[in-house]
Design a binder for this molecule. Structure first.
Ligand code: LLP
Length: 421
């Protein structure tokens, strides 16, 4: 058809069948992303493990698909552990990395027998009174990176992990408390497309791992270097060079384990965005059009209740007219934004001025058209809310020429759930 497709399915048909706003995921893209990364790593250091950072997208169909491909899990809450277990992951395949973790949560994790990545010395002490699970400890390597200040998780301003001045003490304490010590971990931030940004934290961490290992005699079963692999969102942005990334990190890894005599640890990674980001689009219907002397607005049925990233981080997501992709602007026909003088803002239905999904885009659309917001597989649905009392959207997975509802749209009655009067 002339419409936009996801795999072999016409998006406008999906929009009509399942209504909008609608998240649509390509199963093929999901599998490809995983296998592309896995292959790149296998080529350079085969003793590796990919833990999908499921905070990016916890739909259980996605969790199950990735498990089939060979993924492990990075979980950040009891809820994520619960969903991973429900999706068939073994406890041993789950590493929990939380912050500000309560004793109640620790009890659940111990009961379920998942690995726990320790974020603070207090957490270690509290955990010792509950059980002695397999643990690793999260290091703040003193450096971070990310696409937005909110997404930098290493360095002075970060609340995460344990600073290097206390890391040996933390491991000593873990030994004294009889924990089964398995690993060391860091995660410097999210949305990093420049391989060089990973280098110095990586070296730093490996040196600290060496220090811990040699000073107090710990043999690490795994060394987890976190996630953060970025994807391009704007047409002029380049992808992370996967081969380069893999070669760079594994060469540091190998030379440092040799230098410090660290044995043969598993290299663990925790990508979220890289695995799911570009697998999913958000279909939204054009409800309205208007203009003032300064702006043209296309009013759609998805807002920051549906996709928070533009409002929260000023993030850019591509937009295509799914009904008439020829009018998609630069994404399809290569037109430059400057060649089109009628730029529009894509506005949501919420009663807030910040409710714009995209600004100044060369989009043409009629009322009733469907727009596709691109690259929303990571931190899309999971960050949605019922703000303005709008029920949560539906999710669909496409495989070849078939589509399957993987999460029902909420109804108005759902807005009464758990309300008591
Ligand atoms: N590991 C840890 C410990 C993390 O905190 C995160 C992300 C990841 C792995 C996965 O990072 P990724 O590979 O997806 O970059 N909501 C923000 C992103 C927040 C990321 C939080 N932590 C966004 O929409 O950009």
């Amino acid at each position: 058809s002339d419409h936009l497709n996801v795999e072999d399915v016409d998006c406008t048909r999906l929009a009509e069948k399942y209504k909008t706003p609608l998240y649509v995921t390509s199963k093929k893209a999901l599998k490809n992303n995983f296998n592309e990364l896995k292959e790149a790593l296998d080529n350079t250091y085969s003793n590796n493990r990919i833990h999908y950072a499921c905070k990016a997208n916890t739909n259980i169909s996605i969790l199950k698909t990735l498990r089939k491909e060979g993924s492990y899990i990075d979980a950040v809450s009891v809820g994520e552990v619960y969903l991973a277990l429900k999706s068939g992951y073994e406890p041993s395949e789950i590493l929990f990395t939380g912050t500000s973790v309560s004793n109640k949560e620790l009890e659940y994790l111990v009961e379920k027998d998942v690995k726990i990545n320790i974020d603070s010395i207090s957490q270690l002490e509290r955990l010792s009174k509950i059980g002695s699970p397999e643990i690793s400890i999260r290091l703040n390597p003193g450096v971070g990176a990310g696409h937005h200040d909110h997404c930098i998780t290493g360095g002075k301003e970060s609340k995460f992990g344990i600073w290097e001045d206390k890391i040996v003490k933390a491991y000593e304490k873990a030994q004294r408390l009889d924990f089964d010590i398995k690993g060391i971990h860091m995660h410097i931030g999210s949305g990093i497309r420049d391989v060089n940004k990973f280098i110095s934290p990586m070296e730093r961490m490996m040196d600290i791992a060496g220090k811990v290992s040699n000073e107090i005699g710990i043999e690490f079963e795994f060394i987890d270097i976190g996630g953060g692999l970025g994807i391009p969102y704007k047409p002029n942005e380049t992808s992370l060079n996967l081969k380069g990334y893999s070669e760079e990190i594994t060469s540091i890894f190998k030379s440092k384990i040799e230098e410090h005599g660290l044995g043969n640890p598993t290299l663990a990674l925790e990508p979220g965005r890289f695995l799911v980001g570009d697998t999913t689009i958000l279909l939204t219907k054009v409800n309205d059009k208007k203009s003032n002397p300064f702006h043209k607005f296309i009013g759609v049925d998805a807002g920051f209740n549906t996709l928070l990233r533009p409002a929260m981080y000023g993030s850019h997501h591509g937009v295509i007219n799914a009904t008439n992709p020829k009018n998609a602007g630069r994404y399809i026909d290569g037109a430059k934004e400057t060649e089109i003088n009628k730029k529009v803002d894509i506005a949501g239905p919420l009663c807030e001025s910040g409710d714009l999904l995209a600004e100044d885009r060369p989009i043409k659309a009629k009322i009733g058209d469907y727009l596709a917001i691109l690259d929303v597989g990571a931190y899309g649905y999971v960050m949605s809310s019922r703000y303005n009392s709008r029920p949560l959207p539906a999710e669909v997975m496409v495989e070849g020429n078939k589509s399957k509802l993987i999460r029902k749209r909420e109804t108005l009655e759902d807005l009464l759930n758990n309300q008591v009067d």
